[in-house]
Design a protein around this ligand. Sequence first.
Ligand SMILES: O=C(O)CCC(=O)C(=O)O
Ligand SMILES: [Fe+2]
Length: 366
Amino acid sequence: MSVTKLELRTALGPVYRDVLPYQPRDCTPDEIPVIDLEPMFSSELSDRKKVSSAIKAAAVNNGFFYIKNHGIPAETIARCKGQVLNFMRQPFETKDSIQSHKYSKYFNGYLGRRKAQVSPSETADVRESFTFRYSPELDPDHPKDISEVPDEIRPWIQGEDFVWEGTEHLPDFKSDLVAYWSGCLKLARKLVRMFALSLDLEEDYWDSKVTHPGAETQEEIKKEFVGLGSHTDLQLFTLLWQDNVGGLQVLTQEGQWIKAPPIEGTLVVNIGDYMMRLCNDIYKSTVHRVTNESTQERVSMPLFFGLNFNCVEGVVPSCTSESNPAKYEPISCGDWCQMRFKMEAKDFAKNESKKLIAPSAVIVAG
Ligand SMILES: O=C(O)CCC(=O)C(=O)O
Ligand SMILES: [Fe+2]
């Protein structure tokens, strides 16, 4: 049996995973379960614990699950998706006027096809994306004025206005995107409590650390095969809405690609690298990719959710013992993310410059 090696980028350098030589197959309900969030909204702790134990079972297995009854109205999702299409269907020059590489300090804005490569083993990503990040004035739960943001957090606020200024001509674009983002952010703040419970921590363990979190959405549209190469996500967890086209695949611990098809009315949740680190590797940040085999364009809308970027966190107490000491030093969620973003951007620029040199090299050699 010929196993292939897949190289992945992490904040700490490359890691390698074995992949079995079999075609991707459909997932089973055990591999990526559907978790009903209805009991999460109950005032009974015993109800909420039902949700947290289902999350734990999924998190130690493949680190992926669907959630239903999540409370984000279908109308909010549909309006946001419509706006993603309105934006993406504009002429390239209009989109490129808010290009991330040119105008953003923090990777916000538009990124065109093949302008990034998340996986060093695969091709550049053919997705187009529009990204915006947490800004206090958009927060549905907390004071909105930047002057009220604590001093130690303010330098980590990474929302940028140019993304909204360059889309003002699209009616309701900002309000529709922010409505979806706010729904996801409120939901993520509830889910982080379920994660705390699932780790035998107090339910409010992270509450004071997600007041101004790394909360970023990256509306994406993918038209060709390797939409987005193999990678893990970075922060605590990701909430992902995908349309009905399909194409998301997840790599099991055994090295088999399984398909995570769209299920009407659900979002997908997956664990990120920072959560895996805080859990001493008990919860799995799982490799995934998107291959759009259809001829249709595919829209997905992830929210990447983490702690306030200034929070320096180590392994949580419930995940260590005398025989299983902490494997990782504390690090801030912001530093953790910046390390990988920078590495990805640097590698991409290096490869681009190689491509620029290559044509003349070929002529000389020929
Ligand atoms: O489009 C998808 O289904 C997944 C997107 C994703 O994995 C990401 O943006 O990190
Ligand atoms: Fe991802």
